[in-house]
Design a protein around this ligand. Structure first.
Ligand SMILES: CC(=O)N[C@H]1[C@@H](OP(=O)(O)OP(=O)(O)OC[C@H]2O[C@@H](n3ccc(=O)[nH]c3=O)[C@H](O)[C@@H]2O)O[C@H](CO)[C@@H](O)[C@@H]1O
Ligand SMILES: C=C(OP(=O)(O)O)C(=O)O
Length: 436
């Protein structure tokens, strides 16, 4: 497939699109299916690359995976589960961050796990120290093996009491996926509470898990000896919804996003309204539009849920280049998530990056030489440019910038965007974008 796209901007995106299941839940629910001794059915599954990567990893372990793109129904039959060939696992190195979550389920079901080196967006160091600490506490023996890790559990996995120093999404999922079948009781404090995690907990409960969530970011899990398949409908991808909403704002457009769910987007909708966007929530989805007039600047800080999500930050920054005044964005989740602004500056935006924390939220990056705050001065007309996509959300943000810019831009490396945006080329065409 051609990996670059020519975008002629300067016209509003208008029309209707549908967003299906969440990349950051579907991939985890697919891993959870490994815990079940019977077939699992996942619905509302989008046709994105991360689903293909996890399907392939499951197949390497003997899972019979069947996906009907049209209906979005994915079934996973785990009756012939078996250890995978290490050489074949290695071919998945760098493909996604999901493989590290296979550890607990594979240790429970097969007694060993071989994990390739992780991929995912390069938006910071992204260590896995929390994951390994949790797995070792449960009783896993972790050794480095070639291009990845080898894990075993000679004495089985036993419940633990753990507190995260930061409410990491992946580490919370690691603990849940391991604790559900570990012997005895597990408790976790300072857990992540993103909607995708709540959906994972619901899925695990359907499978037979006993999980009690408290109101203070803590959870108690009573391990069970056997789990079964599930039937579950994925929540909608709130990051994709927010990305299209920002595209409507930046291009002066009007986009009806079918499938969008208000209850998972509270903080985003507040910000969208404060910046000057309009939205209508309907039973079918949410319609986002630029109502005309100037957009307003804003000061925001990204945070764990229920704060403003880091994955919304990059698309929003493009819209903020069109707001009248100074906007401030303090990124507190990743230390290096403003690299994508170089291309915006090349297109005429005024974005100044700072090492200091430009906000009062507790942040791990303040005194550590990371440019993790941005001041955006607008409105600045954007002009076409040749751009290389840096990462998933940064890439979609570049597309939005090209759609808002006068002239024809070339955006290279758009394959990355397929990791998390289903049929984005068709959706752009449906919204009247001029793309080749
Ligand atoms: C596939 C998936 O669901 N990806 C999402 C997930 O990523 P992911 O699960 O990787 O993100 P985490 O919540 O774990 O990371 C948050 C912070 O914790 C740090 N950390 C994490 C693990 C660890 O072992 N040590 C450590 O220091 C990270 O470097 C980062 O600074 O949540 C992020 C935060 O909402 C989202 O941006 C990603 O889209
Ligand atoms: C950072 C992201 O994903 P991943 O964790 O898969 O790299 C994202 O979806 O924006």
């Amino acid at each position: 497939m051609n990996d670059s796209i020519r975008v002629t901007g300067g016209r509003p995106l208008e029309g209707e699109i549908t967003v299906r299941g969440a990349k950051n839940f579907v991939s985890k629910a697919m891993v959870a299916a490994l815990l079940g001794s019977t077939t699992s059915t996942l619905r509302n599954v989008p046709d994105i690359r991360d689903v293909k990567v996890v399907s392939s990893l499951l197949r390497l372990h003997g899972v019979d995976v069947d996906y009907d793109v049209q209906s979005g129904v994915l079934t996973m039959d785990t009756s012939d589960l078996q250890s995978a060939d290490a050489m074949q696992i290695a071919t998945h190195a760098g493909s996604s961050r999901i493989p590290i979550l296979l550890c607990g389920p594979l240790l429970h079901r097969l007694g060993e796990a071989v994990i390739p080196d992780l991929g995912g967006c390069r938006i910071g160091d992204r260590p896995i120290d929390f994951h390994l600490e949790i797995l070792r506490k449960f009783g896993a023996v972790v050794t480095e093996a070639g291009d990845g890790l080898h894990l075993s559990a000679p004495n089985g996995l036993k419940g633990i009491h753990h507190e995260l120093s930061y409410p990491s999404v992946g580490a919370t999922e690691q603990l849940l996926l391991t604790a559900v079948m570990a012997e005895g009781i597990t408790t976790l404090h300072n857990m992540a509470v993103e909607p995708e995690i709540k959906d994972l907990i619901d899925t695990l409960q359907k499978m037979g898990a006993i999980i009690s969530v408290d109101t203070d970011r803590s959870v108690t899990i009573e391990g069970v000896p056997e789990m079964f398949g599930y039937d579950h409908v994925s929540l909608t991808d709130r990051i994709e919804v927010g990305s299209w909403a920002c595209a409507a704002l930046a291009t002066g457009g009007d986009i009806m996003v079918r499938g969008a769910q208000q209850r998972h987007m509270g903080m985003f909708l507040n910000v969208f309204r404060k910046v000057g966007g309009s939205f209508d929530v309907t039973p079918e989805g949410i319609r986002f539009r630029h109502p005309g007039g100037d957009l307003k600047p804003i000061a925001i800080q990204t945070d764990v849920h229920p704060g403003f999500m880091t994955d919304w930050q990059q698309p929003l920054v493009v819209a903020l280049t069109q707001a009248a005044g100074l906007s401030i964005v303090h990124e507190t989740v990743y230390e290096n998530r403003f690299g994508f602004t170089d291309a915006l500056v090349q297109m005429g935006a005024q974005v100044q990056l700072y090492r200091e924390c430009l906000g009062d939220k507790k942040c791990r990056f303040g005194q550590r030489n990371f440019t993790h705050s941005a001041v955006i001065s607008g409105p600045t007309p954007l002009k076409a440019a040749e751009i290389e996509v840096p990462d998933l959300r940064g890439g979609f943000s570049h597309l939005i910038a090209a759609l808002a810019a006068e002239g024809t831009s070339t955006v290279r490396g758009i394959g990355i965007i397929d990791r998390g945006y289903e049929s984005f080329r068709d959706k752009l065409a449906a919204l009247g974008a001029s793309v080749e």
